[in-house]
Design a protein around this ligand. Sequence first.
Ligand SMILES: [Zn+2]
Length: 129
Amino acid sequence: MTRTLPTPSKISQPFWDSCKAEHMQLQACQDCGVYAFYPVYVCPECASRKLEWRPVSGRGTIHTFTVAAKATFEKEGPLVVALIELEEGAMMVSNIETSTPETLSIGAAVRVRYEKVSDDITLPLFEPA
Ligand SMILES: [Zn+2]
């Protein structure tokens, strides 16, 4: 089985474009400064509609994670599914690429690593920082 890939929508296309360019951007609220992920039409903090795309660092920490002994798609080794808290405050579900998942811990630093999986989609995965 191959990995199921995301289908960009009108609202998420800028996010996927930024991943393809290997410089991830997230929406930030021009009124309160909160970063939002997943892409939204309205700020989740103050309900403002004034959102703009801004580059983010790609650095974050592990909020929580789990290790699947075997992925359901072609992949060598265990699959780490994690909730990443980005430096800018937004939360993102992704995978952490590591051959030693037993060394991961909540609060540990991670950084984004881009993986081109098709002509249109580059996934923002993470690795220990
Ligand atoms: Zn806001």
